[in-house]
Design a binder for this molecule. Structure first.
Ligand code: CA
Ligand code: ZN
Length: 296
């Protein structure tokens, strides 16, 4: 199986990046990645304020998916995520929703083994590995990898984990897939500004679809379809994701807008992915309550 090494990265998703790697439609492959600090925080003596921030928050790629054309939909199925032996969580002034209460930067190294993140001698957390950054080339313009938008990127959604399928709109030939920013654990919101940031490798499968066009990332799990939106405010993000979910319900169930809107309110959940990046990411969960709603 192909292993894509972590040495070719991008800092921006744009329409002009040249592909560094190529995979086939339907191929299964591994991608290696450093943590979001590009491996600069090796021990607790290294603070967030000590590192070169110009080389953090990159993504491995772009990976050219052969056969993907503008207007297609790329499905990235996450098959497995392997973690390195230690993760890191920093705090730093201004970082996260209560960052004004932090006066001194501080780094905590968190050993990872036996299925747990060993937060302290007394506290161990079951691992829930997820991928923070996954995206494709945008329709236009340029976005730093740390910024989520309609092309994906730093979605920081804990459902981008093994067993999930993540769909993206293809805007350029080959899609320009790039991934990184693995977390050993992260809660909804990413409230202190980081997950348990960790290096590792991801086993992915890329499939190109021509019959299910989308505008923004969509995640499919066993229990439902999730419509993701990343905008500057929570309200805008919820509105955008809700509109996508309603459109999906109208199409799949052949409903008019008022009925699809009622269903949205009756059975769908608005959930928060993260509130700490430049855009806020939400996901609108539509459960697989009907045989016609089993896939995107
Ligand atoms: Ca993040
Ligand atoms: Zn991260």
């Amino acid at each position: 199986m192909k292993i894509i090494p972590k040495d070719q990265v991008i800092f921006y998703f744009n329409t002009t990046n040249r592909a560094n790697y190529t995979v086939e439609d339907g191929e299964v492959f591994w991608v290696e990645a450093d943590d979001c600090y590009s491996g600069q925080i090796t021990d607790a003596s290294v603070k967030r304020t000590d590192i070169d921030i110009s080389i953090m928050d990159c993504a491995v790629g772009p990976i050219h998916v052969r056969g993907a054309c503008p207007g297609d939909t790329l499905c990235v199925e996450v098959l497995a995520i392997d973690l390195a032996a230690q993760g890191v969580m920093v705090t730093s002034k201004g970082l996260g929703v209560l960052g004004d209460r932090i006066t001194q930067p501080d780094t905590k190294i968190i050993p990872v083994h036996d299925g747990f993140a060993h937060f302290s001698d007394r506290i161990k957390l079951p691992l829930s590995p997820m991928i923070g950054v996954m995206g494709v080339a945008p329709k236009s313009g340029q976005f730093h990898c740390a910024v989520p938008h309609d092309h994906g990127a730093n979605l920081d959604t804990k459902l981008i984990r093994a067993g999930s399928r993540v769909y993206f709109p293809v805007n350029v030939e080959g899609a320009g897939l790039a991934v990184g920013d693995i977390h050993a654990c992260m809660g909804d919101g990413e409230l202190s500004g980081t997950g348990i940031e960790i290096a590792g490798r991801m086993c992915l499968k890329t499939t190109v679809y021509r019959d299910r066009p989308i505008q923004r990332p969509v995640i499919e799990t066993l229990d439902g379809i999730y419509f993701l939106a990343s905008r500057t405010t929570l309200e805008e993000s919820i509105q955008t994701a809700a509109a996508d979910a309603v459109e999906f319900l109208m199409k799949k169930l052949e409903l008019n807008f008022p009925d699809a809107y009622r269903l949205l309110s009756a059975i769908c959940d608005a959930q928060i992915s993260e509130v700490v990046d430049d855009n806020v990411t939400v996901r609108l969960h539509c459960p697989k309550f009907d045989t016609r709603i089993q896939t995107l």
